[in-house]
Ligand binder design. Structure first.
Ligand code: FES
Length: 154
């Protein structure tokens, strides 16, 4: 279930912790980074690897909203459409993404390249509109540069 690379990385992480349960968050992060989401099989595999009960692994992974439990695109676009971003044209950016990639909010492109999530303020109101692509932050978005930015993500 888990690749050799993921297993090795989790084993390395575990060496930094006295209690296996304490390294659940970084271990789950490694799995999600590798697969885009955390499947039930992956949850079980992490539990087996760390010798932590499956219920504990599941409890931790479902507590934090940063972990995803269904398949998602290779790249996640989190676009803010809250007040400042809306005033500065975020809704128009949603339309552009819809027509360029055929993607609706809270959905994934057919090729699995992008998932689009509409989010609340990400603290960049002064340079709105703003978005995250995976963990990369972009602000001062325009109709022109949003596609230019996204085309860097294959
Ligand atoms: S409203 Fe979009 S960053 Fe604040």
């Amino acid at each position: 279930m888990l690749s050799e690379r993921v297993v090795n990385e989790i084993n390395q992480i575990q060496k930094r912790y006295l209690d296996a349960r304490a390294c659940l968050l970084p271990a789950l992060y490694v799995v999600q980074r590798e697969h885009g989401w955390i499947s039930p099989d992956a949850l079980e595999a992490v539990g087996d690897l760390l010798n932590v009960p499956k219920a504990t692994v599941k409890g931790v992974s479902t507590f934090y909203s940063m972990f995803r439990h269904r398949p998602i695109g290779r790249h996640v676009i989190q676009l803010c459409t809250n007040v400042a971003c809306m005033i500065m044209g975020a809704e128009r950016l949603v339309d552009i993404l819809r027509s360029r990639y055929g993607i609706e909010p809270n959905s994934t492109t057919d090729d699995g390249r992008f998932s689009l999530v509409i989010m609340e303020c990400i603290g960049a109101c002064g340079t709105a509109p703003a978005m995250l692509v995976d963990s990369d932050f972009y602000d001062n978005l325009t109709e022109e540069n949003v596609i230019e930015i996204l085309e860097r993500y294959k």
